[in-house]
Design a protein around this ligand. Structure first.
Ligand code: PLP
Length: 461
């Protein structure tokens, strides 16, 4: 009993310290102050998480779309330990190098399509996008086109929160925070397929990527960036052929295409990279998250060797860009081990198979629960919306907070998912670890179903 009391005190103590000292990212400061943390996790095992009060949950979002191999993989811990005991850190500035970074860049070259063979390492996703913008702008400057600075991205795209990455992020809520200001970023309307192929009769033509490029002047545009499937902005899947139309558009005007593979990369969508679903090869890929299964921070910019060769020719001087942790040996060792496991355990074909299970579960869910609509998935990246009346296309009112309510109900039943309420949508997004089995997915959907039953009772009362 004494032990229990002691334990209880320390839990209360932790909760108090959390409120007093730990500011949570992308969270309500007031809610945190008034109610404390929503969840405090203390342990993870496979697809399961345990919180500080001993409750168990399915990690239905792979934590932050990143713990793709599940929790508690001792091989990843061993890789970090071994590297830390051998050479914990080594700089890559001034042409220094280290073995894990060399091997990981080689491995990435093997896995990526086309001649995306050269990697610049960072510490995460935002830094990867930010680095890509700068490297591309430097290239255009050296090419004698210094006016080519503008970056076109898509509304509802998410590319991170450093200054330039925030501006590439096509969401007002992130952009208004801290008066994020970086000139030269344009947010086009997503998925206007016909427009990207030149259909000027479309009423929204001027907001399409092509419309924006024409308005601004193609010779001022450095690059277009987009996620193969939009994650944080609502799990928006482009219509078939859209990525190809953007690829063609970029080729037409000699503009670089950047694929932000930070969520989609390394198997999430049932292919090694998201762009492979559309059979296109971008000029740059940015990756992070799944590259280490979230076990340690790491990100990367992957570029074509032809681009690197040209850059080498154009610049005799130093690449004045790099982070202390670019090519961190311990992060790279964990990354290398992660990619080995993905291959050894045939994770990518497994994810493709699980897509069918998700689709099957979706049709059962829709039969039972009338508010569910717009279900979509690629591999183990999926979402559905709830509408007050899907048939009449009547959404829930924002003040009804349908998605957060449903997400909370899922949490109460032991499933962590992501509610998204951007621009009137009520979306529940999920991205369970890529090791999830058929029965794991059935368990997730079983909880969805129970949560929806409770939700329906609340809505109808
Ligand atoms: N790009 C995408 C598609 C993301 O989902 C994220 C993070 O969620 C980022 C970029 C930013 O990555 P980070 O938070 O590691 O800076």
């Amino acid at each position: 009993v004494m032990d229990e009391v002691k334990n209880q005190t320390s839990i209360e103590q932790l909760k108090e310290w959390d409120r007093n000292h730990f500011m949570h990212p992308t969270s309500s400061v007031r809610d945190h102050q008034e109610n404390g943390a929503a969840y405090t996790f203390t342990k993870g095992e496979g697809i399961y998480l345990t919180d500080i009060d001993g409750r168990e949950y399915v990690d239905g979002l792979s934590s932050l779309w990143n713990v793709n191999l599940g929790h508690g993989r001792s091989e990843l811990a061993e890789a970090a330990k071994e590297q830390m005991e051998t050479l914990p850190f080594s700089s890559s500035f001034n042409n220094y190098s280290n073995e894990p970074a060399i091997k990981l860049s080689r491995k990435i070259a093997e896995l990526t399509p086309g001649n995306l063979n050269v990697t610049f390492f960072t510490s995460g996703g935002s830094e990867s996008n930010e680095s890509t913008f700068k490297i591309i702008r430097e290239y255009w400057k050296l090419k004698g086109q210094p006016q080519r600075t503008k970056i076109v991205s898509l509304q509802k795209g998410y590319h991170g929160v450093t200054l330039a990455a925030t501006r590439a992020t096509g969401m007002d809520n992130f952009n208004s925070f801290g008066t994020s200001y970086a000139p030269g970023f344009l947010n086009a309307e997503p998925y206007l397929t016909g427009c990207e192929q030149g259909d000027k009769t479309h009423p929204n033509y001027e907001n399409s990527i092509r419309g924006v490029i024409e308005r601004e002047g193609a010779d001022t545009i450095a690059a277009v960036i987009m996620e193969p499937i939009q994650g944080a902005g609502g799990l928006n899947v482009p219509p078939e052929g859209y990525l190809q139309s953007v690829r063609d558009l970029c080729d037409e005007f000699g503009i670089f295409m950047i694929a932000d593979e930070i969520v989609c990369g390394f198997g999430r969508t049932g292919k090694m990279f998201g762009v492979e679903n559309d059979g296109i090869i971008p000029d740059f890929m940015t990756v992070a998250k799944g590259i280490t299964s979230g076990y340690i921070p790491l990100g990367a910019v992957i570029m074509k060797d032809s681009f690197r060769d040209e850059l080498a020719e154009l610049t005799g001087g130093v690449l004045f860009h790099g982070f202390t942790y670019s090519g961190h040996p311990t992060s790279c060792a964990v990354g290398l081990k992660t990619l080995e496991i993905i291959e050894k355990e045939n994770i990518v074909p497994h994810v493709k198979k699980m897509e069918t299970v998700v689709e099957n579960e979706f049709s059962k869910l829709k039969e039972k629960h009338p508010h569910v609509t717009n279900e979509r998935c690629a591999g183990l990246l999926g979402a559905f919306d709830v509408f007050k009346d899907p048939e009449e296309n009547i959404p829930f009112k924002p003040e009804e907070a349908a998605a957060p309510t449903l997400s909370k109900l899922c949490g109460d039943l032991g499933l962590i998912v992501r509610p998204i309420m951007y621009k009137g949508a009520n979306t529940i997004a999920f991205a369970p670890p890529l090791i999830s089995s058929k029965s794991d997915i059935e368990e997730i959907f079983n909880i969805f179903s129970q949560a929806l039953t409770r939700f329906e009772r609340q809505v109808n009362s």
